[in-house]
Design a protein around this ligand. Structure first.
Ligand code: PLP
Length: 439
């Protein structure tokens, strides 16, 4: 059961006395500037205060806050600094109409195609993955199957949880060369990887190692269609959320974990987990929640919680940087205003251009699939005779911010996004040509 925050408040007379009659939201709304014009990409780019001397092609790493997010953070910060007790207590615990955290869940849910009560707010992807894997009721004899392509945060969340539960972990590759991988071959590799003990499968939507975007829908459907014990699918979705035109709740995964401080441009230190009510109910909470009334009342009675686990009960409690958490709604509203299909189309256009430009260079080995269906906003590549770290250094010497992938096998990455132009992509491709000695 979701906290009826008024009740949560009423549980404590001192807190109950402090309820504000809905004034907080009204005051904040009055302070918040009208949504900016985002009708052109130039206007979207103008929302970011990125250093204009640099070309930013690694923005997926951590967001620069756009104007609507900076304004929202600043509005909440001012309000909290003026009256920390009332603003935080009210924003967290007021009834739905005036509850800021619930408004964030509603805005996020709208984008995910989900129910607000199924959205769990976290601090980043890593926390979400750790909450899910530690929450799953795995035991000795069970196995979590993941892939060799997943991020450190994913592998280590599984490993740390297994150290407690006694379950084991196995990794399989879905491809040997991302650039030539096909959906059928990846589905086949995943199904072949499943063993008799496999209970949970962990996948990553967009691999930050190669830029591969996994066909999650097809993989999820194949997992469901196979015979044998049902499997739960956990997805690290951080580089697909905000870069693709997909409805998360319809992807077919059971648990979707993502930071919102990358492609969504939400405040740094924000993220989410989505699952449906049945899958939330399977989890054992890890961190005491501040938004679940049943858990709080069970504590008061010193009795076990009777109702099933839900998203709110899984949300890490304690006080947070609420000006950041609450300003998440502004980022999702900005994406809603820009339009998911339009955003995905723009990212695709710039990445297609980047891939085509790099692929035309015989000294470049492109690791990201050319197919837009199997890629998103990242382009991973190697330059013959130049280490990935050197490629990135030499790009930076030309004022181009690129990155290397933080994996055992590392590549250089360019990640054209909404903060870039076609001209910038062209200049970056030309710079790689110079670095490769093909200028
Ligand atoms: C695929 C993937 N998963 C997880 C993370 C960690 O993200 P977060 O900072 O949101 O925990 C990263 C980092 O960039 C990543 O590339």
């Amino acid at each position: 059961m979701q906290v009826t925050r008024r009740e949560f408040l009423a549980a404590n007379a001192a807190l109950a006395a402090a309820v504000l009659p809905g004034a907080l939201l009204a005051a904040l709304q009055a302070e918040t500037p009208a949504a900016p014009d985002l009708s052109t990409w130039e206007r979207v780019r103008a929302q970011f205060s990125l250093d204009p001397a640099l070309m930013h092609l690694a923005s997926f790493f951590i967001a620069s806050h756009p104007v609507p997010v900076r304004d929202a953070i600043e509005g909440y910060r001012r309000a909290i600094d003026r009256n920390p007790f009332h603003v935080v207590e009210h924003g967290l615990f007021a009834e739905a109409e005036h509850n800021v955290q619930m408004k964030v869940q509603a805005e996020v849910a709208d984008y995910l195609g989900a129910r607000p009560q199924d959205v769990c707010l976290t601090g980043n992807t890593t926390t979400g993955l750790a909450l899910v894997y530690h929450g799953l009721p795995l035991k000795a004899g069970d196995e979590v199957l993941c892939t060799t392509h997943d991020h450190y945060s994913h592998h280590e969340s599984i490993r740390l949880a297994n150290q407690r539960s006694g379950a084991t972990m196995r990794m399989v590759p879905l491809y040997s060369d991302a650039a030539t991988a096909s959906t059928d071959a990846m589905v086949d590799a995943l199904l072949k990887g499943i063993g008799p003990k496999t209970r949970v499968v962990g996948l990553t939507w967009v691999h930050s190692s190669t830029g591969m975007r996994l066909p999650i829908r097809e993989l999820a459907a194949a997992l469901r269609a196979r015979s044998g014990p049902p499997l739960l699918l956990v997805v690290d979705g951080v580089h697909g959320l905000g870069s693709t035109d997909e409805t998360v709740a319809g992807l077919g995964c059971d648990y979707f974990c993502a930071g919102t401080h990358k492609w969504m441009f939400a405040p740094r230190g924000t993220g989410l987990v989505w699952a449906n009510a049945d899958n939330w109910a399977r989890l054992r909470p890890v961190i005491p929640s501040f938004s679940d009334l049943d858990q709080y009342q069970a504590w008061e009675r010193q009795a076990p919680v009777a109702s099933p686990t839900n998203a709110d009960r899984m949300a890490p409690g304690g006080f947070h940087a609420f000006e950041h958490q609450w300003a998440t709604a502004a980022a999702f509203a900005m994406h809603r205003q820009m339009g998911r299909a339009r955003v995905a189309g723009r990212i695709r256009e710039l990445n297609d251009q980047c891939k085509a430009g790099l692929a035309a260079n015989p000294k470049v080995k492109l690791h990201t699939p050319i197919s837009p269906g199997l890629s998103a906003g990242l382009v991973a590549f190697e330059v013959a005779g130049v280490s990935p770290a050197d490629v990135v250094r030499q790009l930076f010497a030309r004022n181009i911010v690129a990155s290397t992938s933080p994996y055992a096998v590392t590549y250089a990455r360019l990640a054209p996004s909404l903060v870039n132009t076609a001209d910038e992509v062209e200049r970056a491709v030309r710079a790689v040509r110079e670095i490769s000695g093909r200028a």
